[in-house]
Design a protein around this ligand. Structure first.
Ligand code: AVJ
Length: 333
């Protein structure tokens, strides 16, 4: 689907829709109906996602943080390779786990310049304020941007090299071919010696992580993920004058074994017609019909190595938790 234009390293994935209106019109007239996950992250959605990361069932954040807690100094030293590190983060959100990496970089070199990129302005502002208050050695230069279409990296100073953080299993939201394109585009935007730190959630195994562990992470007992999923409809009601009735849609999780991904859907519980005033459009739902709102791919160890190397990165280093649920890779451009 998406192709990189090699002459223009800023355009990573050629997604044609640029506005919410266009995106929603296209997604809800498609069959099956679909809406892209970046629509989750308005202010409320970003807050809900932060709550998800604290849920007992959502192991991803907890385990990745434990890997950073153990190995951040080694990761940052390897990435720096004796030079000054500049930390870039794509899809930074509230940048909570990032603090372990930033602290390790600051221990190593003192002042650290940190460039978080995210679509959520509110999340970036919060992150910056908190960092200024709590980690004065970190100099934060936030950039509101959709890194899939516009990744402009400001040039480094002499003696400085970048580590681009793409952590938290953000890559899981992309189709495998999009993920490859994204990594290839990123590789083109980097200078030699820069590196990527990639956090990847791993596929279930016969003896360790079960499918039930996976589905529980996306269907928590407190219903926070359901609220996060439905927030997409709240947003369409508010921003596009739609009239979705939240109680007539249900949060649904599916493990798609063939694609190795968790899917999140919103299922219409009844036959109904939704009005979207701002689009001057009606959308019909049959009972049981769903809007596919998210894919969360789960990779096998070897697949990530392959993807990084075919994107032009060098042989990666890898860290995992003891049980092999989550992996962090560092690869050099
Ligand atoms: C932010 C894409 C990593 O897929 O686990 C969490 C988003 N969706 N619960 C994920 C999410 C539902 C999350 N990522």
């Amino acid at each position: 689907s998406a192709e990189i234009l090699p002459s223009d390293p800023c355009v990573l994935l050629d997604t044609s829709c640029t506005t919410i209106a266009e995106t929603v019109r296209e997604g809800l007239t498609a069959s099956p109906k679909t809406l892209p996950p970046w629509l989750f992250y308005d202010r409320d959605g970003s807050d809900l996602f932060d709550r998800i990361t604290q849920l007992p069932e959502y192991y991803l954040t907890r385990i990745e943080r434990s890997i950073f807690a153990a190995d951040a100094p080694e990761m940052m030293a390897l990435a720096a390779c004796g030079e000054k590190l500049r930390v870039v983060e794509i899809g930074a959100g509230s940048a909570d786990k990032t603090r372990l990496l930033l602290a390790a970089a600051a221990d190593m070199q003192g002042r650290v310049s940190y460039h978080p990129v995210d679509v959520s302005e509110s999340a970036l502002e919060e992150a910056k304020e908190r960092l200024q208050r709590e980690m004065p050695e970190i100099h934060c230069h936030p950039q509101v941007a959709d890194y899939t279409r516009d990744l402009r990296l400001t040039p480094c100073f002499d003696g400085e090299r970048r580590v681009v953080l793409f952590i938290g299993s953000s890559i899981g939201n992309f189709l495998p071919e999009e993920a490859s394109s994204l990594l290839r585009g990123l590789r083109l935007a980097l200078d030699r010696g820069d590196s990527i730190l990639l956090g990847v959630d791993l596929a279930p195994t016969a003896d360790g992580k079960s499918i039930a562990n996976l589905t529980a992470a996306y269907d928590d007992g407190a219903g926070v993920t359901a609220q996060f999923n439905k927030n997409m409809l709240v947003r369409l009601n508010r921003e596009l004058d739609a009239d979705f009735d939240l109680d007539s849609f249900a949060h649904r999780i599916r493990w798609n074994e063939d694609e190795s991904r968790i899917e999140m859907h919103l299922e219409s519980l009844i036959d109904q017609r939704i009005r979207i005033d701002a689009l001057d459009m009606n959308v019909e739902f049959a009972a049981g019909e769903t809007i596919h709102t998210e894919n969360s791919y789960k990779y096998r160890i070897g697949e990530v190595e392959k993807m990084l190397q075919s994107a032009g990165f060098g042989h990666p280093q890898r860290w995992r938790d003891e049980d092999g649920w989550f992996a962090v890779y560092l690869a050099q451009a």
